[in-house]
Structures are given as C-alpha cells and as structure tokens.
Design a binder for this molecule. Sequence first.
Ligand code: NAG
Ligand code: NAG
Ligand code: NAG
Length: 294
Amino acid sequence: MHKFSSIRKGNHLWFLFTLSFIEFVRGKLPFFDNPEDKIAKYWENPSKSDILEKADKLFEEDKHMEVYESLNRIKYSKDIEVVWRLAKALYNLSLTPDITAEVRKEMITEAQEILESTYAMGKNKSCFYKWMAIITNTRNGLENLETKIKGYATVKNYLSEACERNPRDFTVQYMLGRWHFEMANLSWFQRKIAKYLYLEPPKSTFQEAYRHHIKAEELEPRSYLPNLYILGCICMKLGQYYRAKYYLNLALSLPAHNECEKCCIPGVKSLLTKLEKYDLGKDVLYNYEFGFEN
Ligand SMILES: *[C@@H]1O[C@H](CO)[C@@H](O)[C@H](O)[C@H]1NC(C)=O
Ligand SMILES: *[C@@H]1O[C@H](CO)[C@@H](O)[C@H](O)[C@H]1NC(C)=O
Ligand SMILES: *[C@@H]1O[C@H](CO)[C@@H](O)[C@H](O)[C@H]1NC(C)=O
C-alpha cells in the first residue's frame, strides 16, 4: 500500500479515479508489479485456486489494493469465489477516509456490477447474497434519501437469503440485527415523513433485532464492540435496564480497533450515564422478561 498512500496524499490526482477507477488502477499504477514480476507472472500463469489463495493471504495483510489488482485479471470468470473477494476489496478501499464521494461511488458501483454479473452462478451461495447486501446498502447510502428508503426491502431480502444459507455468519446476523433495529428505531414522525415523500419503510421490532444481535454474540462472543453497543441500546428500548448495563459495560471493556468502533464509545458512555439514574429505582432494573442468556 506504500506507493498508493503517497498518491493518495496528492489529492489532485484523485480526479483520475473518477474517470475510471478500474482502468486507472490496472494501467497507470506500475507499482503493484515491477515489469519483471509481470512477465514472470505471465509465464507462471497461476491457477485460479493459487490466485484465490494469494488473495486471502493479502486480505490478512490488509493489502486490499493488491487483492483487487490480482483478482481483477479474472473478474469475468463468473466465479463467485473471485467475485465476492473483489467486492470485499473494493468495499474496503471505498472506506479510505480521504477519497471523494465520486470515487467511492465508482468503486461501489463496480463492485455491484461485478456481483450482478455472477447472479446466475451466485444465487445459490450465501456469500453472494451477503456481498450483494453490503454493496447495495453502501451504494444506496451514497445516493439520496429516496434511494435509501426504497432500497430497505431489497437489502433485507439479500440478508435473509444469506442468512438462510449460512445462519452462522457473524456479519450477516449483525447486519440483519442492524436492519431490524433501524426500522424499529424510526420514530412515528420519521415514518410519516418517509411515507409522505416516498414510501413507508418496512416495519420491525426491537425484539427481532435482539434475536439477530444475540445470535451474532453467540457466534463471536465479546469480539465486536458495536454489537454489544446495539444490544445495550435494544435492552434500553425494551426496558431491560439491568441487561443493558451488562452489555454496555462489556462494550466498554473491549478495545476499539478502528474509527467505526471508536465512534460507538460516546454512545455507550451516554447510555451508561442515563442508566445511573435508574439505579435509584431498583425495581425497574430487574426486569427478566427474556431470561438472561449470558
Ligand atoms: C479495511 O482495511 C483496514 C486496513 O487496511 C482494516 O483495518 C479494516 O478492518 C478493513 N475493514 C473492513 C470492513 O474490512
Ligand atoms: C443449489 O443448491 C442446492 C442445494 O443446496 C443444490 O441441490 C443445487 O444443485 C444447487 N444449484 C446450483 C445451480 O448450484
Ligand atoms: C435511534 O433513534 C434516535 C432518534 O432518531 C437516534 O437519536 C438514535 O441515535 C438512534 N439509535 C441508534 C443506535 O442509531
């Protein structure tokens, strides 16, 4: 990523990405392979499984740009194993903080197009639906409110399809939980406005959100701060104050790995402060409606 970072810092160069992210990366960035490597690789003609294995190694090293570069050559293989990894690499690259909205959109659009190109092969696979959900949701988020609201149902369908095929995927359970939470958390007023302007968002409940977040927690206990934060939020909403406190304190005890995790911390702290007040009336604290799983 070193030379890429230095280009990234020269912000004036970023417009090039908006022209064509794909061609730009493939053609104009000489640093992924030096020419000898390229020639060697050409003769080597690695098999698809070698390329995938290499991509997974690069993912582990957080070298998403290199993953993209190495898989891009075989992106029209219509192989879902290639395509979801490309989508993942593009998704991660699109999170780079200082890129412009247009570049981000270009990356996400490309991911969506590649995924859609494998629909016929992928429609049996959990990872196809999972990445369709992630990419569609991200893409809708980059568009206007109307697209976002109209896209809620599609994203939910992709997530449900992924979950049906692999209920043991932490990310899918977490995303489903978030989806239900966001639908349940829309106020009466927000719903009314959305309905008036575009269409009424799907309905859900905090209990349904709880079901998925607790499943995620079972799959990977105490590993993801935002999951514990949302569990805390849900328990607050359901009046389960004792349990909310449990999850929120657990959240605070975890290290925050990145910006996304760090930005939950003020929320966690503010809910815990609110919960202090409830300490006065112990009767509301001990509300064991669902039983205590952990
Ligand atoms: C994206 O990559 C960075 C490092 O390059 C990593 O820390 C982060 O977890 C990745 N994010 C996702 C969503 O995969
Ligand atoms: C889809 O999956 C089912 C069972 O999971 C299998 O029987 C079927 O052959 C698969 N179809 C394709 C096109 O892979
Ligand atoms: C739930 O909705 C309220 C009111 O719109 C908002 O302030 C809060 O941030 C939402 N909670 C989460 C976790 O998104």
